[in-house]
Write a protein that binds this ligand. Structure first.
Ligand SMILES: [Zn+2]
Length: 738
């Protein structure tokens, strides 16, 4: 029997003895001859021939949305004539009701091919779906570890549910062409996985995407490299609805700025034209760009060999007062190299940094950096010539009189600003003022309380508030990291590397005692240091089951090493315990030194609460499968570990009153672990950027963004006096800020 295409509602036309079956009831070895299965063709493979000449055709069907089974797709294989017939009429995305489980001989097709789109609140683990969404966050494509490009996109729809998708493709053009937050994307055949109770999207076979400008009223033209795609009138409506919804529900404020808006210590997205480029060294690359406006501060010039600079030298000279030099690093270098001079770019999360010349400390200038990594969507994207922002930019550039710009000192950036219509930027900042830059992790049901009400209320109580961050302390962010003992509630400063260095030098003065080398549970090695007198370094490698393990799993105890050597060893070994030797045994150093180093994290113990045990106690941990958890190591050594915390004072103001609230946080508020921030310039920069958004320097109270916070009041006894304090908790920085 040939393939039958049925018009209208197929179930009424199927033979009545056929019974519909759900995927979950399908089993190996059961006769399914009188059953039929209903689903959408989410993937079809080209019709091919097997080695023996038999026609072969494969499709993947997905069960209808209301099914509750875990696996919802089934591969259907057709052979011979049926394969040939089906191959001619089956198209991807067709909603079809074939009775094909055992390739029985009827298959019914509807007339018009039509995709079904799943709302984001109806996603299920293990499905392959088609989606529409507005872009809430994205990372422009970057080269991932392999040769593939990777892009991360978080989308949201009217259900207010968001979905983060990680998209890989060897072809850059196959990834969605997203230029800004608020753009609308359509994904076909994206795989849904559940991870940590959250749905995630990943690219699978047959993934395809279209991207549309998110601006309400803008022409609906898909950005795609594909020549064949379907697009219906109904979908046009979907996009219009999503645009309208996103306009009032999404903070579509990418932090865009013109060069004339540039301030030191800013992170922003820059739309510009590339006029020159040069390799600086293997890990950094120079881009010379302009946007027609003049940076109000003197900016740096990166020195490169004239011959290394690619671009029109005459033009570069002409524009010299308008061009800024941007250094891009690490993962962005490869992409930067491939950029064509003359192309229009959007550079995301560009950092301006204030610096001063070494010999003239009072002369400062601004540096432009695109740091390595992709957090905050940092990256570069080439914009096509027909992009509305590019058109606007070009028109403006054409209006800039270059002879004037050479004497541009006489023309203030205010005047230039006036020439440029800055409407979109204004509406952006207005929008940002209404949305909150922090979110509550709980208590969303509570109403806001005004600060003056809180100030006049009894203590203790808890409140939800909405206020602006007028100022904060400490301004030097690294000073906010402290060590905290949860047993005695004490806070202390984090010792700096110099203190540790002194202790190590002191220990290195006495030679390791060979009597305590090599025991049942560790092997010892001793090295002489070159050109450093008699100093010896002893390393004791802790064994498990009599055997040494791989360095990255190994705990070593080090005696006589200097800070530099210990840092070097901590890059290679999982854990390091600095020790010294007595006549009888190895022992821990004074607790002013870290008792354990793990990578870049130094673990300290509380002097007051620790009750140190012998180093032998470690052998009990070595016997088990040792994972060398810091808390476990501390426990067997009798050490009360100190925890790294952020301690900050926020002055909050909601117009009715102001109060100081403490932030006491391990990692929840900033989504940055306090234990790692001191040794990571990347994390420090991230924190700097967050505070820059929460409380932009030099901004009037009216223009500051709102913070949604949960605070509690409590009493503190200070001698005879009772003092009321406030603490922020169950609050974190909004994800689109991070
Ligand atoms: Zn303590």
């Amino acid at each position: 029997m040939p393939v039958q295409v049925i018009d209208g509602a197929p179930e009424t036309l199927l033979p009545s003895h056929l019974q519909k079956v759900d995927l979950k009831y399908l089993q190996w070895g059961c006769d399914q001859a009188n059953k039929y299965f209903q689903g959408t063709v989410i993937l079809s493979y080209p019709l091919t021939k097997l080695v023996n000449g038999t026609e072969f055709f494969k499709i993947v069907l997905q069960e209808s949305e209301n099914s509750c089974s875990k696996t919802s797709t089934i591969n259907v294989l057709f052979f011979g004539r049926l394969a040939d017939d089906c191959g001619k009429v089956v198209h991807q995305g067709i909603y079809t009701k074939p009775s094909t489980v055992t390739a029985s001989e009827t298959a019914s097709m509807p007339v018009a091919p039509k995709y079904t789109y799943t709302p984001l609140n109806h996603l299920k683990d293990g499905t392959i779906v088609n989606l529409y969404g507005a872009v809430k966050f994205f990372k422009p494509p970057y080269i991932s570890k392999g040769t593939d490009y990777c892009s991360v996109v978080t989308i949201v729809d009217q259900s207010n549910v968001k979905l983060t998708c990680t998209l890989f493709n060897g072809n850059l053009d196959a990834l969605p062409k997203i230029y800004k937050i608020g753009d609308i994307v359509r994904f076909h055949r994206i795989k849904i996985r559940e991870y940590n109770k959250q749905m995630q999207g990943i690219t699978g076979i047959g993934f395809a995407s279209l991207t549309f400008d998110g601006t309400v009223g803008a022409p609906i033209v898909p950005r795609t490299s594909s020549k064949s795609y379907s697009f219906t009138e109904e979908e046009q409506k979907t996009i219009e609805e999503l645009r309208t919804w996103a306009a009032s529900n999404l903070s579509v404020c990418g932090p865009t700025a013109k060069l004339s808006d540039v301030q030191p210590m800013l992170f922003f997205d820059l739309t510009c034209q590339l006029v020159g480029k040069a390799e600086v060294d293997g890990s950094s690359f120079l881009l010379k760009v302009w946007d027609g406006t003049k940076c109000p501060h003197p900016s740096w010039k990166v020195l490169v060999e004239e011959s290394d600079l690619e671009g029109d030298k005459v033009l570069i000279h002409q524009l010299r007062n308008l061009i800024v030099d941007i250094l891009v690093y690490d993962n962005h270098v490869k992409l930067a190299k491939s950029l064509k001079v003359g192309s229009f770019l959007r550079i995301y999360s560009l950092h301006t940094k204030q610096a001063s010349a070494e010999n003239q400390p009072d002369v400062s200038y601004v540096e432009f950096h695109l740091h390595g990594g992709t957090c905050y969507g940092r990256g570069i994207r080439v914009l096509p010539e027909n992009n509305p922002d590019v058109k606007e930019l070009k028109a403006f550039m054409d209006s800039v009189n270059l002879t004037e710009s050479q004497n541009v000192e006489s023309m203030s950036s205010m005047e230039l600003d006036g020439i440029f219509s800055n409407l979109s930027y204004q509406s952006y900042s207005q929008r940002c003022q209404q949305l909150s830059v922090t979110v509550l992790t709980d208590h969303q049901h509570l109403d806001d309380t005004a600060l003056n009400t809180i100030l006049n209320s009894s203590v203790p109580q808890q409140y939800r508030i909405r206020a602006k961050l007028r100022t904060f302390k400490p301004q030097k962010l690294y000073q906010s990291v402290k060590l905290y003992c949860s047993k005695c509630n004490s806070l202390q400063e984090v010792p700096d590397g110099d203190d540790f260095d002194l202790i190590l030098r002191d220990c290195a003065a006495s030679a390791p005692n060979p009597e305590v080398h090599n025991s049942l549970w560790y092997d010892s090695e001793v090295w002489d240091t070159e050109n450093q007198g008699q100093r010896k370094i002893a390393v004791h490698f802790v064994k498990h089951d009599e055997l040494l393990q791989e360095p990255e799993d190994t705990l070593i105890m080090v005696q006589g090493g200097m800070l530099k050597e210990i840092r070097k060893l901590s890059r290679r070994f999982k854990c390091i315990i600095p020790v010294r030797s007595t006549k009888e045994d190895l022992e821990l150093l004074d607790l002013s030194a870290p008792f354990l180093l793990q990578g870049k994290i130094w673990h300290y113990g509380c002097k007051q609460c620790s009750n140190q045990k012998t180093i032998q106690s470690l052998s009990s941990l070595a016997e088990e499968e040792p994972s060398w958890e810091p808390t476990e190591i501390a426990r067997v050594l009798g050490i009360e570990p100190l925890q790294y915390v952020f301690v900050m004072k926020f002055t909050l103001d909601d117009g009715t009153g102001a109060l100081d609230a403490y932030l006491f946080d391990y990692e929840k508020f900033f989504q940055i672990p306090a234990s790692e921030v001191l040794t990571s310039s990347l994390l420090q920069e991230k924190m700097e950027m967050i505070m820059n958004i929460l409380c932009p320097p030099g901004t009037k109270l009216d223009d500051l963004p709102w913070l949604e916070c949960f605070i509690r009041s409590y009493n503190v006894k200070d001698g005879m006096e009772q003092q009321v304090c406030y603490q922020i908790f169950d609050t974190m920085v909004a994800e689109d800020v991070i």
